[in-house]
Design a protein around this ligand. Structure first.
Ligand SMILES: [Zn+2]
Ligand SMILES: [Zn+2]
Length: 125
């Protein structure tokens, strides 16, 4: 339990404490957003199965490309993660259009291999 002294201290300095916390929060906002984004890109995976969406945590995915370019079309677009069946850590970062095309062309990597020789994952497997 807090002592009288601590309570008194808090009462007197409450505004100051809250203000500093707020300033700290504001000052490091960008960093925190960036950190959490990078963390999720590395360790989280959003899955959609039918109408259900859920997150798989604790992964160690293929790093997000530093140049932020789509792996297939090389355009600077919003990237999504495509991985082999159940191999969540083994994937590529591609734009939504390429991702859609990839899934339309093939439901599995064996078929995709014939259509997308650009992809080293496909060539090697
Ligand atoms: Zn693309
Ligand atoms: Zn995919």
């Amino acid at each position: 339990m807090a002592s009288e002294y601590q309570k008194e201290y808090y009462r007197k300095n409450r505004e100051h404490i809250l203000q500093s916390a707020k300033e700290y929060y504001q000052k490091h906002k960008e960093e925190r957003i960036l950190y959490s984004r990078n963390y999720k890109r590395k360790h989280w995976l959003h899955q959609q199965v039918g109408d259900n969406s859920f997150i798989i945590r604790g992964l160690n995915k293929t790093p997000y490309p530093k140049d932020r370019l789509c792996f297939i079309c090389s355009k600077p677009k919003k990237l999504t993660y495509h991985h082999k069946d159940k191999e969540f850590n083994n994937g590529i970062w591609i734009c939504i259009a390429c991702h859609r095309a990839l899934h339309l062309i093939a439901r599995n990597w064996q078929i995709a291999k014939r259509y997308l020789p650009l992809d080293p994952y496909l060539n090697n497997s």
